[in-house]
Design a protein around this ligand. Structure first.
Ligand SMILES: Cc1ncc(COP(=O)(O)O)c(C=O)c1O
Length: 396
């Protein structure tokens, strides 16, 4: 007798249907051209307030020239994982300059900021250990914690007292890691790093900061929150990304020589995934140099941030806890946040709505990031669009 045929993929359609029913089905807008302050998405020229291209380097001539030269010289691929045959001179040069930039002994490249966080946490911590983590830390930190098998203790956002209590309760553990984002990606606020560092030191814990949104943005020449707060040498593990202000792709860990040496032997993304193509490393190298040679880019980023944030607040939008170029417009209701984003797009501004589970329920928002490349005219036009759209959907 022939067995009844079952479609093992039926659940896929079920889950998609469920997403549609709940209004959660999305397909990202299509970028048709370069990542610029005014860009073409879905066939429409819009003021782009969605990218992490903080300094406008995605189209910078020096980065493009670096990538092209690397292709001409070395070809397009590294050919292997780092630890087999894919360890290229350009990788090591970039690591040297990243370490100097971060004022650490050494740095190690990862394929992304995501794998830098997840791979590092999972390499250093295990089931006998405890990780004390801010509740708003990035998904890559959360995944790293899961992969490590360590016990997780999650403290309320920026609540140093709670973190300290959790560290005290973890005294019996083999190792304890206190971990925070430097700049929180959905709210744009900055971690209370000096107090966290003190708490970690008081309990003999490792201190790790994810400066994905701080590198190239915060601190002198964009060196990140460790520099911003003057806590050099007191944060054991600094993660940065090359995918945001540095405009390409990749992540890195900066720390002591021995930490980096151990990660080279233990971090699974390094051991089991191919290293950067030379062009990607070369454009990142150019970015590190441009960031330090052209400090006016960071000044412009912050001036644009000030103008835009003040404009939003003048219009009586709620910009939450933001202290950086990441400026959320808190709406609360998910459908209304989506309506605001849609209306803004019609008005010529691309600013995406973000809802649960990326942010807590009832805290849906339209998230904006201005860049150094936006002009005063762009910002003025964007604020006018926000005023019209905000009134139209009843947010202001
Ligand atoms: C706080 C934070 N950490 C890490 C990452 C991951 O970085 P990447 O895009 O380089 O993987 C992101 C962004 O996506 C982020 O916002």
């Amino acid at each position: 007798m022939k067995a009844e045929t079952v479609n093992p993929l039926a659940f896929v359609d079920d889950e998609l249907r469920d997403l549609r029913v709940r209004g959660l089905w999305r397909w990202p807008r299509l970028l048709e051209g370069p990542q610029e302050p005014v860009a073409r998405y879905d066939g429409r020229e819009v003021i782009n307030l969605c990218s992490n291209n903080y300094l406008g380097l995605a189209t910078h001539p020096a980065l493009k020239a670096g990538a092209l030269l690397a292709i001409a010289t070395y070809g397009v691929g590294s050919g292997a994982v780092r630890t087999i045959a894919g360890n290229m001179a350009i990788h090591q040069t970039l690591e040297g300059e990243l370490a100097a930039f971060k004022r650490t002994e050494a740095a190690l490249l990862f394929q992304s900021g995501f794998t830098a966080n997840a791979g590092t946490v999972a390499a250093l911590l295990g089931p006998d250990d405890v990780i004390v983590s801010d509740e708003l830390n990035h998904a890559s930190i959360i995944d790293g914690c899961r992969l490590s098998g360590a016990q997780k203790k999650i403290f309320p956002h920026k609540d140093v007292g709670a973190a300290r209590r959790m560290l005290s309760e973890s005294r019996g553990a083999r190792r304890v890691l206190l971990i925070t984002d430097g700049v929180f990606s959905m709210d744009g606020d900055i971690a209370p790093l000096p107090a966290l560092v003190e708490a970690a030191e008081g309990h003999g814990a490792l201190m790790m900061v994810d400066d994905a949104h701080a590198s190239g943005v915060v601190g002198r020449d964009g060196r990140g929150t460790v520099d911003h707060f003057g806590v050099h040498g007191r944060v054991h593990i600094q993660v940065g990304t090359l995918s945001k202000a540095f405009a390409g792709l990749g992540g890195y860990v900066a720390g002591t020589r021995s930490l980096i040496d151990l990660l080279m032997h233990r971090a699974r993304p390094l051991l089991f995934s191919t290293s950067h193509p030379p062009a990607v490393a070369a454009s990142a190298l150019a970015a590190v140099r441009v960031v330090q040679a052209q400090p006016e880019l960071i000044s412009r980023l912050w001036e644009n941030t000030r103008v835009f944030k003040e404009g939003l607040r003048r219009l009586r939008f709620d910009t939450g806890m933001s202290e950086t170029p990441i400026t959320p417009v808190i709406v609360g209701d998910e459908a209304r946040a989506m309506a605001l984003s849609d209306r803004l797009f019609e008005e010529g501004v691309f600013a995406l709505s973000i809802a649960f589970p990326t942010v807590p329920r009832g805290r849906a928002r339209v998230r904006t990031i201005v860049t150094a490349a936006h002009t005063a005219t762009h910002l003025e036009a964007a604020l006018e669009a926000f005023a019209r759209a905000g009134r139209a959907v009843g947010v202001i």
